[in-house]
Ligand binder design. Structure first.
Ligand code: PHE
Length: 352
């Protein structure tokens, strides 16, 4: 906005500032409004202080010009304000583009915490001579249950409710654990077997802080001549101490799975309170890490493996829970909910 020269230097010095308003940003606009029109320190207010030094006629002329200039300033401020309010945050190229602004951080991506835990577990077992095997998420009822020695309608299946994808005899279902891949591995060739099996599994579980209806598991299977429970204990203890810390306390608790006998659950000392008891471990000092046991001879027989000659053990672990402990993630839904903020935090791009 321009304004004709008034002939009064006190007013004319302000004219370049009037023209400059059109280029101000929101912050500059606010400051300039006070600097020009401010009731105490404003430049125009200051110019008006010279009013008493004029003759009455001149006073009228000067006063009128000063008023018009004030109106011009007000109009210019209002116009610029409206313009800024209407513009988007992204400056149009050329127009408001400020090449001196710092660059925006680029999202470089990160591995999901559950993937990181699976990779670490696989790496530890790889050192021990295990290889990775995978199987389908849509699995047969027989491999998910029958071959694993679940008697029909056994209560152990209550915890394995899932979606059935077909009807009829050997129905197809969304697998409830990675254990059917044990069978697939054993049916594919002769022993010995040393495999770890990562994959997604599905259960009619609630969607709450510690459950998800679709979650990851990692299975382990070791079958050879002369493998006993001591091998299970030694290997899984070694694994827990490699994964957590060398002095981590572990304990095996008796448990039940139809496909292992004897069965156990492996607990590790709570990584948060180190055994003294805290809300994360429900004040027990222990965290459940995995289920395990000696593979049931019936399972070996279902796979055509000579159970007199070969023995071995298996385990199943939920890396989502393990990742919660490793990365201090309070709610499993953060992991399986696909929330990118979690990945950004773990990638170090946002504070944890
Ligand atoms: N499949 C079992 C489960 O999902 C875990 C498990 C695997 C237990 C292997 C023992 C041996 O609960």
């Amino acid at each position: 906005m321009s304004f004709p020269a008034t002939g009064y230097p006190q007013l004319d010095v302000l004219l370049p500032r009037l023209e400059a308003i059109a280029a101000l940003d929101a912050k500059g606009l606010q400051g300039e409004r006070i600097a020009v029109l401010g009731r105490k320190q404003g430049a125009l207010t200051f110019a008006l202080r010279s009013l008493p030094t004029f003759t009455p006629d001149e006073r009228k002329r000067f006063g009128a010009l000063a008023n018009r200039l004030k109106e011009a300033f007000e109009a210019a401020f209002a116009a610029r304000e409206a313009e800024l309010a209407g513009s988007t945050d992204v400056p149009a190229a050329g127009g408001g583009l400020d090449l001196s602004m710092p660059g925006r951080g680029r999202w470089i991506g990160a591995l999901h915490p559950v993937t990181r835990v699976i990779d670490e577990i696989v790496a530890i077992f790889r050192e021990l001579g295990f290889v990775v095997a995978v199987g389908p998420e849509a699995e047969t009822e027989w491999l998910n249950f029958g071959a694993l020695n679940f008697p029909p309608d056994h209560p152990a299946m209550d915890m394995h409710d899932t979606l059935y994808l077909t009807e009829g005899g050997n129905r197809i279902l969304l697998r409830t654990h990675t254990s059917p891949v044990q069978i697939r591995v054993m049916q594919a060739g002769p022993p010995p077997y040393r495999v770890v099996i990562p994959g997604m599994v599905y259960r009619n579980d609630p969607w709450d802080a510690s459950h998800a209806p679709a979650f990851a598991q990692i299975e382990g299977l070791a079958i050879d001549e002369g493998i006993g429970f001591v091998d299970l204990k030694a290997t899984l203890t070694h694994f827990a101490r490699r994964f957590f810390a060398p002095d981590t306390k572990v304990r095996f608790r008796p448990s039940y799975f139809p496909f292992t006998e004897p069965s156990a659950e492996l607990d590790v000392e709570c990584q948060i309170c180190h055994g003294s008891g805290c809300p994360a471990c429900k004040h027990t000092g222990w965290m459940e890490l995995l289920g395990c046991g000696m593979v049931h001879p019936k399972v070996l027989e279902h796979c055509g493996v000579d159970a007199e000659r070969y023995t071995g053990w298996a385990f199943g672990l939920g890396p989502g829970r393990t990742a919660q402990q490793r990365f201090d993630i309070p709610d499993i839904r953060l992991e399986y909910g696909g929330d990118m903020r979690l990945l950004r935090q773990l990638a170090g791009q946002e504070p944890l």
